[in-house]
Write a protein that binds this ligand. Structure first.
Ligand SMILES: [Zn+2]
Length: 238
């Protein structure tokens, strides 16, 4: 039951079947010279929409903006602060709670540390504040990582590389503009640098050249199954 399609009456009827809401999180973020800025949002939202066909669950429209760190100086990257993300997430959960929803699955197509911490922080606060709320926080990318290790050829594939390019080739091949070349960021850790583009020109972490539609399909279906499992679990967990 996608919020973007259902009516007030559908919502009321739906509450008799489930009190679980999935909130997908994405970004507007550079994904190399070959993938769209909405790559993270698209990956997670398509998975969640497919899962919602297989199990009774409400799905909120995706939050398109996230917290960007290493990509934030690149062209096209438009981020928000962790504070904004925390406040927005908190407001959405509280409002949905007042409408009768009790279980919240926050699933993000963007796996950045600060971004994920912001979501976890809000979740931890809310479970302390509200007795009968249940919250799961998931980085979709990390959730599929073990599975992807079985057939993805690039060892250190992280951003706009083999994995994400494969996934977009499956979901929206018309939006994939060729393939950027293999690249890895050379950020001088542990230092925080102002001009990140200088150390990471192409904005790719991994090897897009190894991407195939078939790999993308496998990862998509694997992810859908995991989300369905999590929906079933959250209703039972104490
Ligand atoms: Zn991404």
């Amino acid at each position: 039951m996608l919020f973007e399609n259902i009516t007030m009456s559908d919502f009321k009827k739906g509450l008799k079947k489930t009190k679980t809401l999935i909130i997908p999180f994405g970004t507007v973020e550079e994904h190399g010279s070959h993938l769209p800025l909405s790559t993270d949002t698209m990956q997670v939202y398509e998975v969640v929409k497919e899962a919602a066909k297989r199990v009774s669950v409400f799905v909120a429209p995706p939050i398109h903006y996230g917290v960007l760190t290493s990509t934030r100086n690149h062209a096209g990257s438009i981020g928000v602060s962790a504070n904004t993300l925390r406040m927005l997430t908190r407001d959405i959960i509280k409002s949905a709670y007042h409408k009768g929803l009790r279980n919240f699955i926050l699933i993000s197509g963007h796996a950045g540390n600060i971004h994920m911490s912001a979501l976890r922080e809000v979740g931890e606060e809310l479970i302390d504040e509200i007795d009968d709320v249940k919250i799961a926080v998931i980085s979709e990318y990390d959730m599929i990582r073990k599975e992807s290790d079985k057939f993805v050829e690039t060892k250190d594939d992280g951003h706009a590389g083999e994995i994400e390019t494969s996934r977009l080739l499956y979901l929206a091949p018309h939006l994939v503009k060729g393939r950027a070349k293999e690249e890895y960021p050379k950020l001088p850790k542990p230092f925080l640098v102002r001009d990140k583009v200088k150390y990471w020109k192409g904005g790719v972490w991994g090897n897009p050249v190894k991407a195939t539609r078939e790999k993308g399909k496998k990862l998509f279906l694997f992810s859908v199954d995991r989300v369905v499992e999590i929906v079933k679990k959250i209703e039972k967990i104490k």
